[in-house]
Design a protein around this ligand. Structure first.
Ligand code: FES
Length: 185
């Protein structure tokens, strides 16, 4: 009977058990901390990414680019317009050159992307529309493909005039598809 009332420190296995439990809890706490830390970069990715100014997100919005006085676009055939825009991604800002074609039809100012819908080369004006030097796609005056591998017409872009200035909603679309699907950047 006396053995049953020995002090706890006389039972070494009891301390081993406690130590193992404590150790187990420590490992669980450590694993939880590691899991929490590993979630931080993902959280930052989405938090910062949500503030980035890409050109567009699928089904989302795009930047309106100020192209200057609307009166600069005269009646007549398509004219190339080059502009710069700033892309702010998660890590840095980049300035990129872009190109579109503009024409005025009555009061409306139309814009079409200068990127070929085949693989994204820059199209050029030819006598009766547009031509792509990369794989010889041709487009008529309205941007519809007439020959070559381009799978869809040149992409139309939205414009508006505000305070006398022409604004372009610039979006890039995935090349190689029969339908226009916005790219993330
Ligand atoms: S990229 Fe224009 S035809 Fe291929």
């Amino acid at each position: 009977m006396a053995a049953l009332f020995r002090p706890p420190w006389s039972y070494p296995f009891l301390f081993m058990l406690i130590d193992r439990r404590t150790l187990l809890k420590s490992w669980q706490a450590l694993a939880a901390a590691v899991a929490g830390l590993s979630a931080i970069p993902a959280g930052l990715f989405f938090a910062v990414g949500a503030r980035s100014k890409g050109t567009a997100t699928a089904g989302g919005s795009a930047d309106w680019i100020d192209l200057g006085p609307a009166g600069d676009v005269g009646e007549g055939p398509w004219k190339a317009r080059r502009f710069r825009r700033e892309i702010e991604d998660r890590w840095k800002k980049t300035v990129v050159d872009e190109s579109v074609y503009l024409r005025k039809q009555g009061e409306a100012i139309e814009a079409v992307s200068a990127l070929c819908t085949h693989t994204g080369c820059l199209v050029q004006r030819v006598s009766n529309g547009f031509g792509c030097p990369c794989h010889k796609s041709d487009f008529d005056e309205d941007g519809k493909p007439t020959s070559g591998p381009a799978p869809r017409p040149l992409d139309r872009l939205e414009t508006k005039v505000e305070g006398g200035r022409l604004k372009l909603r610039f979006v890039k679309f995935r090349p190689g598809l029969t339908t226009a699907e916005p790219m993330a950047s």
